[in-house]
Design a protein around this ligand. Structure first.
Ligand code: A3P
Length: 325
């Protein structure tokens, strides 16, 4: 049974001629413009929050049953959404696209018509456990709060999040106009990185991790033992799963399953020259940032993120958690 009554408007894929024609403005305008931004150092300044790029919670009030999945950019958000949604539906959440069940109020307005609105009652009404999941990349203080709702803060090694973000932005949006890896690293470590810097996001959830309605998780511990992570999330959500239900949540949250079913998790073609798939459920590894980054770039991310945490007064054990393998 579908986990929501929401049906988005039909999305027409770009036709082959539209895709081919788009290469003209891409190579004649967008790529040269990107090179100018690269050389002039302007790319870095474009990472600030822009109203046109992000939605907001507006006057939504959090309520009992809400499970806010508060993950950092490219930190395993979709994986957490799948785990928590399958737990809420006892391993039987059916959907064509996860955003038909999980609202994302701070998501890009251009995708809004395709995502279930946060005030659509059907995901909660159809949930057998009285829990429904809400996605956000915002820091804790920007998320509607009540002690009756649950908040799962998810963070990932910033080097891996940076690499994941590079592939994601390149495949989905920029194509050959993607800034260089060196520039992307500098964009990623900006304190103004939108919607929030890696360190400010982490610290906002680390600070409140002892509250009974907050669970602080790392992508690395989910990778190390995903079965244990599922049990932890289920216990936090107050959902006791039968053995067969647990096995189904594990199966549907596995990398192999999510890769095979990636059309349920991908935004698809966003620009005509972009890829339609392959960038959302990509490689799924931890500590593998040397696939793209030089030792110097990895050090730059470590040093900057560590220093930003210290500046925020954080006692998060950065080196113990994200030590290079
Ligand atoms: P990589 O690009 O390093 O492969 P987000 O959902 O926040 O955008 O995060 C995407 C990252 O989570 C991608 O990382 C993706 O492969 C990884 N991911 C998604 N599902 C996963 C799963 N079931 N197991 C492990 N990693 C997963």
């Amino acid at each position: 049974m579908p986990a929501s009554d929401f049906r988005p408007p039909e999305r027409r894929p770009f036709k082959p001629w539209q895709r081919y024609l788009s290469y003209l403005p891409l190579y004649l305008l967008v790529v040269p413009l990107s090179r100018v931004l690269e050389v002039s150092g302007v790319w870095k300044k474009l990472v600030r929050r822009r109203g046109a790029m992000f939605g907001a919670f507006g006057d939504y009030r959090a309520r009992a049953g809400d499970v806010f999945a508060c993950a950092g950019f490219k930190s395993g958000t979709t994986w957490l959404l799948q785990m928590a949604t399958q737990i809420a539906h006892r391993g039987n959440a059916e959907f064509a696209d996860i955003h038909q069940v999980v609202p994302w109020p701070d998501g890009p307005p251009m995708l809004k018509a395709h995502m279930v609105p946060i005030d659509d009652p059907s995901p909660l009404a159809r949930s057998p456990t009285g829990r429904r999941v809400i996605k956000t990349h915002l820091p804790f203080e920007a998320v509607p709060y009540t002690e009756h709702a649950l908040y799962i803060g998810l963070v990932r090694d910033p080097k891996d999040a940076c690499v994941s973000g590079y592939h994601f932005m390149r495949s989905m949006v920029f194509g050959p106009a993607m800034p260089s890896v060196a520039t992307w690293v500098e964009m990623f470590v900006q304190p103004s990185f939108a919607p929030v810097s890696w360190a400010a996001h982490l610290q906002s959830y680390w600070r409140v991790r002892d509250r009974p309605n907050v669970l602080f998780l790392t992508y690395e511990e989910m990778k190390r033992d995903s079965a244990a992570a599922i049990l932890r999330i289920a216990a936090f959500m107050g959902v006791e799963l039968a053995a067969a239900e647990l096995a189904e949540v594990e199966r549907r949250s596995s990398f192999a399953y999510m890769k095979q079913e990636q059309q349920r998790f991908n935004p698809g073609h966003v620009v005509p020259w972009g890829s339609a798939s392959g960038y959302m459920i990509r490689r799924g590894e931890r500590g593998a940032s040397d696939e793209l980054l030089t030792p110097g770039q990895r050090r730059r991310i470590d040093d900057t993120c560590r220093a930003q945490l210290v500046a925020l007064g954080s006692d998060f054990p950065y080196d113990a958690t994200f030590a290079a393998r």
